[in-house]
Design a protein around this ligand. Structure first.
Ligand SMILES: [Zn+2]
Length: 279
Protein backbone atom coordinates (compact mmCIF):
# COMPACT_ATOMS: atom_id res chain seq x y z
CA UNK A 1 0.00 0.00 0.00
CA UNK A 2 2.97 2.17 0.73
CA UNK A 3 4.17 1.38 -2.74
CA UNK A 4 0.88 2.42 -4.30
CA UNK A 5 1.68 5.98 -3.24
CA UNK A 6 5.21 5.68 -4.56
CA UNK A 7 3.68 4.61 -7.88
CA UNK A 8 1.62 7.78 -8.08
CA UNK A 9 4.69 9.88 -7.39
CA UNK A 10 6.63 7.88 -10.00
CA UNK A 11 3.92 8.52 -12.59
CA UNK A 12 3.95 12.25 -11.87
CA UNK A 13 7.74 12.35 -12.13
CA UNK A 14 7.64 10.42 -15.42
CA UNK A 15 5.10 12.90 -16.78
CA UNK A 16 7.31 15.83 -15.88
CA UNK A 17 10.38 14.34 -17.50
CA UNK A 18 8.43 13.63 -20.69
CA UNK A 19 7.39 17.27 -20.77
CA UNK A 20 11.00 18.31 -20.26
CA UNK A 21 12.18 16.07 -23.09
CA UNK A 22 9.53 17.39 -25.46
CA UNK A 23 10.63 20.95 -24.78
CA UNK A 24 14.27 20.08 -25.22
CA UNK A 25 13.57 18.39 -28.57
CA UNK A 26 11.86 21.50 -29.83
CA UNK A 27 14.92 23.67 -29.34
CA UNK A 28 15.54 26.32 -30.40
CA UNK A 29 12.17 27.07 -28.83
CA UNK A 30 10.13 30.15 -29.57
CA UNK A 31 7.40 31.39 -27.17
CA UNK A 32 4.66 30.22 -29.55
CA UNK A 33 5.95 26.67 -29.46
CA UNK A 34 5.86 26.76 -25.67
CA UNK A 35 2.23 27.86 -25.49
CA UNK A 36 1.16 25.20 -27.98
CA UNK A 37 3.03 22.59 -26.02
CA UNK A 38 1.37 23.70 -22.77
CA UNK A 39 -2.12 23.57 -24.28
CA UNK A 40 -1.54 20.06 -25.55
CA UNK A 41 -0.36 18.94 -22.12
CA UNK A 42 -3.36 20.52 -20.41
CA UNK A 43 -5.76 18.80 -22.79
CA UNK A 44 -4.18 15.43 -22.07
CA UNK A 45 -4.52 15.95 -18.33
CA UNK A 46 -8.18 16.93 -18.57
CA UNK A 47 -8.94 13.76 -20.47
CA UNK A 48 -7.22 11.57 -17.88
CA UNK A 49 -9.90 10.51 -15.38
CA UNK A 50 -7.40 8.56 -13.26
CA UNK A 51 -5.75 11.72 -11.88
CA UNK A 52 -7.71 12.87 -8.82
CA UNK A 53 -8.48 16.55 -8.40
CA UNK A 54 -6.19 17.93 -5.75
CA UNK A 55 -5.83 21.34 -4.17
CA UNK A 56 -2.23 21.89 -3.24
CA UNK A 57 -0.80 24.56 -0.98
CA UNK A 58 2.54 25.17 0.64
CA UNK A 59 3.29 27.69 3.35
CA UNK A 60 6.12 28.56 5.70
CA UNK A 61 5.97 28.97 9.46
CA UNK A 62 8.54 30.83 11.58
CA UNK A 63 9.42 32.75 8.43
CA UNK A 64 12.52 34.89 8.69
CA UNK A 65 13.95 32.85 11.58
CA UNK A 66 16.38 29.92 11.60
CA UNK A 67 13.36 27.74 12.48
CA UNK A 68 11.56 28.55 9.20
CA UNK A 69 10.00 25.37 7.83
CA UNK A 70 7.43 24.40 5.22
CA UNK A 71 4.00 22.85 5.58
CA UNK A 72 2.44 21.00 2.64
CA UNK A 73 -1.33 20.72 2.14
CA UNK A 74 -3.03 18.33 -0.26
CA UNK A 75 -6.78 18.36 -0.29
CA UNK A 76 -8.79 15.84 -2.27
CA UNK A 77 -11.89 16.99 -4.14
CA UNK A 78 -13.68 14.20 -2.25
CA UNK A 79 -14.62 15.43 1.22
CA UNK A 80 -13.14 13.57 4.15
CA UNK A 81 -11.27 14.02 7.41
CA UNK A 82 -8.13 16.12 7.82
CA UNK A 83 -4.89 14.52 8.98
CA UNK A 84 -1.89 16.52 10.19
CA UNK A 85 1.45 14.67 10.11
CA UNK A 86 4.65 15.93 11.75
CA UNK A 87 8.23 14.74 11.33
CA UNK A 88 11.49 16.10 12.67
CA UNK A 89 10.42 17.20 16.14
CA UNK A 90 13.64 15.39 17.07
CA UNK A 91 16.21 16.23 14.40
CA UNK A 92 18.44 13.16 14.83
CA UNK A 93 15.56 10.73 14.25
CA UNK A 94 16.19 10.80 10.53
CA UNK A 95 13.63 8.20 9.46
CA UNK A 96 10.90 10.35 11.01
CA UNK A 97 11.50 13.42 8.88
CA UNK A 98 12.46 11.34 5.85
CA UNK A 99 9.15 9.45 6.00
CA UNK A 100 7.24 12.70 6.54
CA UNK A 101 8.91 14.26 3.48
CA UNK A 102 7.67 11.35 1.36
CA UNK A 103 4.20 11.51 2.93
CA UNK A 104 4.04 15.18 1.92
CA UNK A 105 4.04 13.92 -1.69
CA UNK A 106 1.10 11.55 -1.22
CA UNK A 107 -2.06 12.44 -3.09
CA UNK A 108 -5.15 11.69 -1.00
CA UNK A 109 -8.21 10.57 -2.97
CA UNK A 110 -10.40 11.39 0.04
CA UNK A 111 -9.80 13.95 2.79
CA UNK A 112 -6.97 16.38 3.43
CA UNK A 113 -3.35 15.74 4.29
CA UNK A 114 -1.25 18.45 5.98
CA UNK A 115 2.42 17.57 6.51
CA UNK A 116 5.25 19.40 8.27
CA UNK A 117 8.25 17.18 7.48
CA UNK A 118 10.89 19.14 9.43
CA UNK A 119 9.08 20.53 12.45
CA UNK A 120 12.35 21.51 14.13
CA UNK A 121 14.39 22.60 11.11
CA UNK A 122 17.37 23.68 13.24
CA UNK A 123 17.61 20.27 14.93
CA UNK A 124 17.13 18.49 11.59
CA UNK A 125 19.91 20.53 9.99
CA UNK A 126 22.25 19.79 12.90
CA UNK A 127 21.04 16.19 13.19
CA UNK A 128 20.54 16.69 16.92
CA UNK A 129 17.62 15.66 19.11
CA UNK A 130 17.06 19.18 20.40
CA UNK A 131 17.83 22.72 19.29
CA UNK A 132 18.98 25.77 21.30
CA UNK A 133 15.37 26.38 22.36
CA UNK A 134 15.14 22.94 23.92
CA UNK A 135 13.30 19.68 23.30
CA UNK A 136 10.42 20.56 20.97
CA UNK A 137 8.42 17.54 22.10
CA UNK A 138 8.32 18.87 25.67
CA UNK A 139 6.76 22.23 24.76
CA UNK A 140 3.07 21.26 24.51
CA UNK A 141 1.60 21.39 28.02
CA UNK A 142 -2.02 20.25 28.37
CA UNK A 143 -4.61 23.04 28.61
CA UNK A 144 -1.96 25.74 28.16
CA UNK A 145 -0.26 27.62 25.34
CA UNK A 146 2.77 25.82 23.91
CA UNK A 147 5.88 27.28 25.47
CA UNK A 148 7.91 28.44 22.42
CA UNK A 149 6.99 30.39 19.26
CA UNK A 150 7.76 27.34 17.10
CA UNK A 151 5.60 25.02 19.21
CA UNK A 152 2.79 27.60 19.16
CA UNK A 153 2.82 27.80 15.36
CA UNK A 154 2.85 24.03 15.01
CA UNK A 155 -0.13 23.80 17.35
CA UNK A 156 -1.89 26.55 15.36
CA UNK A 157 -1.67 24.30 12.30
CA UNK A 158 -3.48 21.55 14.25
CA UNK A 159 -6.16 24.01 15.36
CA UNK A 160 -6.60 26.00 12.14
CA UNK A 161 -6.97 22.91 10.01
CA UNK A 162 -9.27 21.46 12.68
CA UNK A 163 -7.29 18.22 12.52
CA UNK A 164 -9.36 15.06 12.88
CA UNK A 165 -6.21 13.04 13.43
CA UNK A 166 -2.60 13.98 14.26
CA UNK A 167 0.51 11.85 13.77
CA UNK A 168 4.05 12.48 15.01
CA UNK A 169 6.87 10.37 13.54
CA UNK A 170 9.91 9.34 15.62
CA UNK A 171 12.58 6.68 16.05
CA UNK A 172 14.18 5.24 19.18
CA UNK A 173 17.37 3.30 19.99
CA UNK A 174 15.51 0.40 21.58
CA UNK A 175 12.30 -1.59 21.36
CA UNK A 176 9.32 -0.87 23.60
CA UNK A 177 8.68 -3.50 26.28
CA UNK A 178 11.44 -5.76 25.01
CA UNK A 179 14.63 -7.30 26.40
CA UNK A 180 16.20 -7.08 22.95
CA UNK A 181 18.68 -4.22 22.49
CA UNK A 182 18.84 -1.06 24.58
CA UNK A 183 15.75 0.21 26.37
CA UNK A 184 13.59 2.44 24.23
CA UNK A 185 10.28 3.10 22.59
CA UNK A 186 10.71 1.61 19.11
CA UNK A 187 8.18 -0.61 17.33
CA UNK A 188 5.30 0.99 19.17
CA UNK A 189 2.35 3.22 18.47
CA UNK A 190 1.42 5.46 21.40
CA UNK A 191 -2.18 6.59 20.84
CA UNK A 192 -4.52 8.99 22.54
CA UNK A 193 -7.62 7.47 24.15
CA UNK A 194 -9.65 8.21 20.99
CA UNK A 195 -6.92 6.63 18.87
CA UNK A 196 -6.64 3.29 20.64
CA UNK A 197 -9.00 1.17 18.48
CA UNK A 198 -7.44 2.65 15.33
CA UNK A 199 -3.94 1.89 16.63
CA UNK A 200 -4.89 -1.72 17.41
CA UNK A 201 -6.31 -2.26 13.94
CA UNK A 202 -3.34 -0.61 12.21
CA UNK A 203 -0.79 -2.52 14.31
CA UNK A 204 -2.47 -5.86 13.61
CA UNK A 205 -2.46 -5.16 9.88
CA UNK A 206 1.12 -3.94 10.03
CA UNK A 207 2.35 -7.11 11.78
CA UNK A 208 0.53 -9.33 9.29
CA UNK A 209 2.10 -7.29 6.51
CA UNK A 210 5.58 -7.60 8.07
CA UNK A 211 5.70 -11.30 8.92
CA UNK A 212 2.31 -12.95 8.73
CA UNK A 213 1.61 -12.13 12.37
CA UNK A 214 4.49 -14.24 13.72
CA UNK A 215 5.98 -12.72 16.86
CA UNK A 216 9.45 -11.27 16.42
CA UNK A 217 11.73 -8.48 17.50
CA UNK A 218 10.22 -6.15 14.98
CA UNK A 219 6.59 -6.79 15.82
CA UNK A 220 4.78 -3.53 16.55
CA UNK A 221 2.81 -3.12 19.78
CA UNK A 222 0.55 -0.48 21.28
CA UNK A 223 2.27 1.67 23.88
CA UNK A 224 0.66 3.48 26.80
CA UNK A 225 -2.15 5.94 26.16
CA UNK A 226 -1.15 9.61 25.88
CA UNK A 227 -3.47 11.65 28.08
CA UNK A 228 -1.85 15.01 28.66
CA UNK A 229 0.25 13.84 31.59
CA UNK A 230 3.43 15.01 29.82
CA UNK A 231 4.00 18.15 27.70
CA UNK A 232 4.27 16.24 24.42
CA UNK A 233 2.48 17.09 21.18
CA UNK A 234 0.32 13.95 21.04
CA UNK A 235 -0.40 14.14 24.79
CA UNK A 236 -1.86 17.59 24.08
CA UNK A 237 -3.96 16.19 21.22
CA UNK A 238 -5.36 13.62 23.66
CA UNK A 239 -6.08 16.09 26.44
CA UNK A 240 -7.10 19.30 24.67
CA UNK A 241 -8.87 17.84 21.62
CA UNK A 242 -9.79 14.30 22.67
CA UNK A 243 -9.23 13.21 19.08
CA UNK A 244 -7.18 10.38 17.58
CA UNK A 245 -3.47 11.15 17.88
CA UNK A 246 -0.51 8.84 17.40
CA UNK A 247 3.15 8.98 18.36
CA UNK A 248 4.86 6.50 16.03
CA UNK A 249 8.22 5.04 17.03
CA UNK A 250 10.39 2.76 14.86
CA UNK A 251 13.50 1.18 16.35
CA UNK A 252 17.06 1.95 15.26
CA UNK A 253 18.24 -1.33 16.80
CA UNK A 254 19.60 -3.55 14.01
CA UNK A 255 17.68 -1.72 11.31
CA UNK A 256 18.74 0.45 8.41
CA UNK A 257 17.41 3.90 7.64
CA UNK A 258 15.33 2.80 4.65
CA UNK A 259 13.60 0.04 6.64
CA UNK A 260 12.69 2.40 9.47
CA UNK A 261 11.47 4.99 6.99
CA UNK A 262 9.31 2.44 5.15
CA UNK A 263 7.81 1.20 8.43
CA UNK A 264 6.78 4.71 9.44
CA UNK A 265 5.26 5.34 6.01
CA UNK A 266 3.34 2.07 6.02
CA UNK A 267 2.03 2.61 9.56
CA UNK A 268 0.97 6.14 8.67
CA UNK A 269 -0.88 4.93 5.56
CA UNK A 270 -2.71 2.28 7.58
CA UNK A 271 -3.72 4.72 10.32
CA UNK A 272 -4.87 7.32 7.80
CA UNK A 273 -7.08 4.80 6.00
CA UNK A 274 -8.58 3.73 9.33
CA UNK A 275 -9.58 7.33 9.94
CA UNK A 276 -11.06 7.81 6.45
CA UNK A 277 -8.23 9.73 4.80
CA UNK A 278 -7.61 7.60 1.73
CA UNK A 279 -4.02 7.65 0.50
ZN1 LIG B 1 11.72 11.36 19.22
Amino acid sequence: MLFQSAGVIGAVTAGLSQLGTAEADDSPVCPTDFSEQDEDEDKDEDEDDTVPDLREERFTIQEGTSYATDAFVRESSTDGPTAVVFGGLHGNETAGHRAAARIADWEPVRGTLVVVPEANAVAVERSTRVSPNGDLNRQFPADEEPTTPLARELWEIVEEFDADVVLDLHTSRGIWNSDVGPTGFGQAVFPTEAGRPIADEAIQGMNEFLHSGKPGHYTFTRGNTLTGARPMLIHKVGNDLDRPGFLLEATQHGTDLETRTAWLEELTARILRQTGVEV
